[in-house]
Design a protein around this ligand. Structure first.
Ligand SMILES: CC(=O)SCCNC(=O)CCNC(=O)[C@H](O)C(C)(C)COP(=O)(O)OP(=O)(O)OC[C@H]1O[C@@H](n2cnc3c(N)ncnc32)[C@H](O)[C@@H]1OP(=O)(O)O
Length: 476
C-alpha cells in the first residue's frame, strides 16, 4: 500500500477526495500556510500513485503527475485512502478523469468530433487491494460527482484488467473500433443513453454543422471549419451568411482543432498584437506618417497599453506565485511539446496523432526563479519609446515560441491564408477579405495598409501588406 512519511488523515476527512489543478482536496479548509503544506503533501501522494499506476501498467513514465494536474484545466483526480491502515493511513487508489475533444468513429464508421468527451485517463488500485470492490467504489463515486454514465465514458487505452472491470460491473463488452487509442462501447452515440444531456447536445450540434471531417492535413491542422462553412453556404446561400456574419467566426471558434494545436494559448501573442496594430492603423488609413498613425490610433493604443499592463500585472503576480511554488501559468514551449511527444511514445509506442488526443498535457516550466523582466518597447506610432512598464518574457513571447507561432498561424478574423500567389516567407496579409486582391493602398480595408510602421512604408511589402518579419523583429 502507498503509505507516506506524513499523516495522510487530515487530507482525507472522507475516504475519497477529489483533487483538481489547485492540488487541494475538495474538502480542504485552511490558511495559507496549511494550504502550502497540503498541496505539497498532495503532490507527493499523486506522484507516488501515478508512479505505481505506471509500473502496474508497464509504462516507463507516469501518465499522472501532480505537475500535470496543476497545468490542466479540466482534469480531476479521485483518490481513495484507507485511513485505518498503519500509523499514517495509506492511499489505495487513484482515478484520473477529464474532458477531451476527440475525433471518433460511430457505429456506422462516420467520423464525429465530440467535444469535451468524458474520458477515463488513469485508473489504479493498489495490488494488495485489487478485486475487492475498491475500484468500483472509486469509479461509482466519480460517476456520481461528474454526472457521467459508464457508457458515455471514452477510455484512454484501457488495460485488460480495466476491460474486464467494465464487462463485469457494467456489462460493457462490445466496443466501437477507433483509429485512436480510445475505447468506446456500443451505444455511445445513442442519444437516448445520454445521461447528462451534455453528449446529447453535442450530437445535435454535430448534426447541425455536418462535422464529418476528412483526413487532410488542413483538417488536422485547422479543424473542420470550412466544411461547416460549405454546408452553411449550400443550405442557406450567401444571403444567409451576410445576415449572420459571425456564424462562421463562431464555427471557427467552436470547431477549433484539438491536440496540441487546440491548446489554450496565452492571451498576449504576436497575432493579437498585430491584430491590435491593425485596429490602430485603421484610424490612420491613407496616412503616411507617424503623426497620423499615432494620433488616429491614440485611444486604441492606450487600450492596448492598458491591456498589456493589466496582463503584466497578472503575470507578475504569477511570477511571484512561482517563486512560492505556485506555478499556475499555463504555458507550453518547444521543449514541452517534445516532452509530450515523448510521453505519448511511452504510453503508446507510437508517434502522437492529432485526432487521437491521447492523455498528455503541457508540461510546466521547470521551477526556476523568475528572470529579470525586460523593458518592452512600445510599438504604437509615436509611442515607440520604452514603455512605462515592464513586460516579462511571457509577454514578449521570448519563452512562448510555440504558442506565439501557433497563434500567428491560426486563422482568426484578422488573418487569412487564402494566398492567391506565392509570397515571401514571413509576409502575412491582415484582414484582407476573400476575393480582394488588396493591392490598392486606397482600398477601404484599411487594416491591410497599416501605417503603424515608421511612416515611409518601409515595413510594408511591395504589395502593401504588413511584413511579419518587421513585427517579428520588433517583438521577439
Ligand atoms: C485508462 C486506464 O487507466 S487503463 C489502466 C487500468 N489500470 C490498470 O490496469 C492497473 C492495474 N489494475 C487495477 O488497478 C485494478 O485492477 C482496476 C483499477 C483495473 C480495477 O480495480 P479493482 O479494485 O480491482 O476493481 P473491482 O474490485 O471493483 O472489480 C474487480 C473486477 O475488475 C476486473 N479485474 C480486476 N483485476 C483483474 C485482474 N488482475 N485480472 C482480470 N480482471 C481483473 C475483473 O473484472 C474483476 O472482477 P472479478 O474479480 O470478479 O474477475
Amino acid at each position: 500500500m502507498a503509505d507516506f512519511r506524513f499523516d495522510i488523515r487530515p487530507l482525507f476527512p472522507e475516504p475519497i477526495v477529489r483533487v483538481t489543478s489547485n492540488l487541494l482536496p475538495h474538502t480542504f479548509r485552511g490558511d495559507r500556510r496549511q494550504c502550502l503544506d497540503a498541496t505539497s503533501k498532495m503532490s507527493e501522494i499523486i506522484d507516488r500513485l501515478g508512479e505505481l499506476s505506471a509500473t502496474s501498467q508497464g509504462l516507463s513514465k507516469p501518465v499522472t503527475t501532480a505537475q500535470r494536474l496543476r497545468m490542466s484545466e479540466n482534469q480531476t483526480i479521485y483518490l481513495l485512502a484507507d485511513t485505518e491502515a498503519g500509523h499514517n493511513g495509506a492511499v489505495t487508489g487513484l482515478l484520473k478523469v477529464g474532458n477531451k475533444d476527440l475525433y471518433l468513429f460511430d457505429e456506422a464508421g462516420q467520423t464525429r468530433k465530440v467535444e469535451r468527451a468524458p474520458s477515463i485517463l488513469d485508473f489504479y488500485v493498489h495490488e494488495s487491494r485489487q478485486r475487492t470492490g475498491l475500484g468500483k467504489r472509486l469509479f461509482e463515486t466519480m460517476l456520481r460527482e461528474e454526472n457521467w454514465t459508464p457508457l458515455k465514458c471514452s477510455v484512454d487505452r484501457p488495460s485488460e484488467k480495466l476491460l474486464a472491470f467494465f464487462g463485469k460491473h457494467y456489462g460493457l463488452v462490445r466496443t466501437i473500433p477507433q483509429s485512436n487509442n480510445f475505447v468506446l462501447y456500443e451505444g455511445y452515440f445513442n442519444e437516448a443513453n445520454s445521461s447528462s444531456g451534455h453528449a446529447h447536445a453535442q450530437s445535435s450540434q454535430e448534426a447541425k454543422n455536418e462535422l464529418h471531417i476528412t483526413n487532410s492535413p488542413n483538417t488536422q491542422l485547422f479543424g473542420a471549419t470550412y466544411l461547416g462553412e460549405e454546408v452553411n453556404h449550400r443550405r442557406h446561400g450567401s444571403q444567409q451568411q451576410k445576415q449572420t456574419p459571425n456564424v462562421l467566426l463562431q464555427q471557427i471558434t467552436q470547431i477549433s482543432p484539438n491536440g496540441r494545436y487546440g491548446a489554450r494559448h496565452p492571451t498576449c501573442t504576436m497575432a493579437e498584437i498585430i491584430s491590435g496594430i491593425s485596429k490602430v492603423s485603421t484610424k490612420g488609413a491613407g496616412g503616411t506618417g507617424n503623426g497620423e498613425s499615432s494620433s488616429g490610433g491614440h485611444a486604441d493604443g492606450n487600450n492596448i497599453a492598458e491591456e498589456m499592463t493589466a496582463q503584466m500585472d497578472l503575470h507578475h503576480l504569477e511570477d511571484q506565485q512561482q517563486a512560492h511554488g505556485h506555478m499556475n501559468t499555463k504555458r507550453m514551449d518547444l521543449q514541452e511539446v517534445a516532452d509530450q511527444e515523448e510521453a505519448h511514445f511511452i504510453r503508446y509506442g507510437l508517434p502522437p496523432q492529432i485526432d487521437s488526443q491521447p492523455e498528455f498535457e503541457p508540461e510546466p516550466e521547470p521551477l526556476t526563479p523568475p528572470s529579470p523582466p525586460e523593458v518592452a518597447e512600445s510599438i504604437i506610432g509615436e509611442n515607440r519609446r520604452p514603455a512605462g512598464f515592464h513586460l516579462s518574457k511571457q509577454h514578449t513571447g521570448m519563452k512562448n515560441r510555440s504558442s506565439g507561432v501557433g497563434m500567428a498561424v491560426m486563422p482568426t478574423s484578422k488573418m487569412e491564408f487564402n494566398q492567391e500567389e506565392r509570397e515571401d516567407f514571413g509576409v502575412v496579409k491582415i484582414n484582407r477579405p476573400p476575393g480582394h486582391n488588396g493591392h490598392s493602398l486606397g482600398h477601404d480595408n484599411t487594416d491591410a495598409v497599416s501605417t503603424v510602421s515608421s511612416g515611409n512604408g518601409g515595413h510594408l511589402t511591395n504589395e502593401g501588406y504588413n511584413d511579419l518579419k518587421f513585427y517579428h523583429n520588433r517583438l521577439w
